[in-house]
Design a binder for this molecule. Structure first.
Ligand code: ATM
Length: 238
C-alpha cells in the first residue's frame, strides 16, 4: 500500500515569507527523496479560482461581511481539497500549502468577528481526513510585515493587504493564540520569521524533520551555507 504523503500548511500575516519558505520546504522534501508539491488555495481547482476572484472583488467593493467570506473561502477550499490535496496525498506525494483554513480563523474569525467555533466545525466538515500533519506559523511583527509588503512587487491586487495595522494586530494575535493551543487539533510550530532567510529555512527544516519523524539536525554539522549564515547572525545579534 502507498504511504500517504505529508501535508504541511504555512501561515502568517502579510510579508511573513510564507511563499518563499513553502517553496524551500518543498525542495527540501524532494532532497530527502520524497515527492512534494507546492500549492496555495485554490491551486488548480477551476471553480475554486473563480470563487477566489469573486471574494477579492466583493471584498474590494466592501460588499461582503465576515460570514459571507467564511462561506466563500470554504466553498473554494472544498474544490481544492478534493481536486488537489486528496489527489496528491493519495499517491504518496507531500503537499506544502501557502495558507489554508487557519487563515479563515485568523482573518475572518479573529480580525473580522466571525464565529470561531463555526469555522472549526466547517474545517472538520470540509477537510475531513485531510487535516494537515503540521502548521508552521512564520511569526513576524506587523511593522516588518507591512514594510516588506509595500516594497514587494505583487502580481495580484490583494484587498486584504490594505486593511491596516489594527486589523493585522488582531490577525497576529489570533495566530499566536491558535498556535498556543494547537487549534484544530493539529500540531502548530512557531518559527521566528524575522531572522535572516537562511536561518528561517533552517528552523523550518527542523520542523519538517520532526513531522517526518527524523532525527534532529546536529547544529555542529550543518551544511557550510547554513553554518556561515548562522555564524554571521550570531556575531550580529549575539
Ligand atoms: P494569499 O496570501 O493566498 O495570496 O491570500 C490572499 C489574501 O486572502 C491574504 N491576504 N493578506 N494579507 C489573506 C486572505 N485570506 C483570508 O482572508 N482568508 C482565507 O481563508 C484565506 C485563505 C486568505
Amino acid at each position: 500500500m502507498i504511504e500517504r504523503g505529508k501535508f504541511i500548511i504555512f501561515e502568517g500575516i502579510l510579508g511573513a515569507g510564507k511563499t518563499t519558505q513553502a517553496e524551500l520546504a518543498r525542495k527540501h522534501l524532494i532532497s530527502l527523496g520524497r515527492n512534494a508539491n507546492y500549492t496555495r488555495e485554490p491551486g488548480g481547482a477551476t471553480a475554486g479560482e473563480v470563487i477566489r476572484r469573486l471574494i477579492f472583488r466583493l471584498k474590494k467593493e466592501k460588499a461582503i461581511n465576515a460570514d459571507h467570506q467564511v462561506a466563500l473561502f470554504f466553498a473554494s477550499r472544498d474544490f481544492w481539497v478534493r481536486e488537489f490535496v486528496a489527489a496528491n496525498l493519495g499517491v504518496g506525494c507531500d503537499v506544502v500549502s501557502d495558507r489554508s483554513y487557519p487563515s479563515t480563523a485568523a482573518y475572518q474569525g479573529y480580525a473580522e468577528g466571525a464565529d470561531l467555533e463555526s469555522i472549526e466545525r466547517m474545517t472538520e466538515i470540509i477537510m475531513e481526513e485531510y487535516k494537515p500533519d503540521g502548521i508552521i506559523l512564520l511569526d513576524i511583527s506587523i511593522d516588518e510585515g507591512i514594510k516588506r509588503t509595500s516594497s514587494a512587487n505583487k502580481d495580484e491586487d490583494d484587498p486584504y493587504d490594505k486593511l491596516g495595522v489594527e486589523y493585522f494586530e488582531k490577525v497576529a494575535r489570533g495566530y499566536r493564540e491558535m498556535a498556543k493551543v494547537n487549534w484544530s487539533d493539529v500540531p502548530w510550530h512557531v518559527v521566528n520569521g524575522e531572522q535572516p532567510l537562511s536561518l528561517v529555512a533552517h528552523d523550518v527544516r527542523g520542523v519538517l524533520r520532526e513531522i517526518l519523524g527524523l532525527k534532529k539536525l546536529d547544529p555542529n554539522r550543518l551544511p557550510p551555507f547554513e553554518l556561515s549564515a548562522l555564524q554571521s547572525y550570531t556575531s550580529r545579534y549575539g
